[in-house]
Design a protein around this ligand. Sequence first.
Ligand code: GLU
Length: 471
Amino acid sequence: MATVKSKNIRVRIAPSPTGYLHIGTARTALFNLLFAKHNNGKFVLRIEDTDLERSDKKFEKDIIESLKWLGLAWDEGPYRQSDRLEIYEKYVNKLLNENLAYYCFCSKEDLETERQTMLAQGLAPKYSGRCRDLKSEEVKKRLDAGASHVIRFKTPEARVTFKDLIRGEISFDAALLGDMTIAKDPKIPLYNFAVVVDDEEMKISHVIRGEDHIANTPKQILLQKALGFKTPQYAHLPLILDPDRSKMSKRYSATSIQEYRDQGYLPQAIINFLAFLGWHPKEEREIMSLKELIKEFELNRVQKAGAVFNIEKLGWLNMQYIKSFDNSELAETLGVAATEENLKIIDLTKPRMKKLSEFKDLAGFFFNLPEYDSKKLIWKTTPISTTLENLQAVEKLLSELTEKQFSKENLESVFSEITKERGRGEVLWPLRFALSGLDASPGPFEIMEALGKKETLKRLQIAIQKLESRS
Ligand code: GLU
């Protein structure tokens, strides 16, 4: 890519508040931010809420909160299209006055009949232009009578070609488009029109957005030309695909950022994951912070092919970030008091935690010993009586220690003799099970250090009683 002049770089994320912040929108926001920050440019947030029926304040709130939670800080905005209706009105009127747009009074039924006729003739359907040349007195008369209408743009029959920074040259035959509706009324602009006006007014230099917007681009370029605006540079990001290579849907994984937050994914892991949905750094690396991504990001390393959403990869990344947190940081993130005991528990649980939400399941046994079947205390084919003797010997050994001696290292050396004498598995398996009540857990020495002497002995006695009542 040609070197970009930094001071003029201005990009935007323009979500419509018609749903919770989508993974795809978050990825687009991230790529815009990376591009802006890499080039010392500005990143603008614009809420595209002109679709009054589908827009909802609750979604706007979620979008703003989720972007903040991800750490995607914008430099300007949020601008809201609903606050800018007068600006669109000015430009709609400009096109009407210059005879580049016109009022159309065709009813839905008229349009449908027209469409069917064209299809029957084997033509690609488009608006016939029936209202293009209505006399101005006629238009006025109908408007005064309150006739329902839209405003259409006189789409020129031209070829529109643009250079996409990711996809190369893209060319459309605008003759196929027909006269498109740009507003329901001068004060009620539709998507393509509002975007064109805003991108100009907000001095957007690069439009970086999802591939699903490619078809809108020629329409927007024609409107820019008619309005005398500059055309920004375009970069359309590859689709995000499900593992079966269909467009991402709820069928395989959650699609809103909110759901990932609630499941216990860290924003750092999500950012790292999203960055790799369609982009890769020059050197092979997997763990990258936002700061590192900004440093490395280049639009010309964005791929054209769809990017598959691999939830296992997100889980793996999340695990790496959880491991990299220090214990008190993690306590805070988990909303757990940073007591000495909790910090030990966090330290032991951390290496196995894929999501924050797993903490409760992984660490629960430290706080409450789960119910378990005494059969589980038996290591392989060891007889019950031997297992009982081994646990009794362990109890005796531990009861002679002071609380202070309950550290992992010390316990390990204290146990060296008894495990040699009675067998490692024969001693440590029943002990670990007695302490955790679980098939999988950290090792017995770590658990004993976290539980302390009193709780350790209590759990051993429970196991001993269970075995006594069986033999
Ligand atoms: N509002 C559009 C959307 O949510 C984005 C428009 C654009 O980026 O041009 O998909």
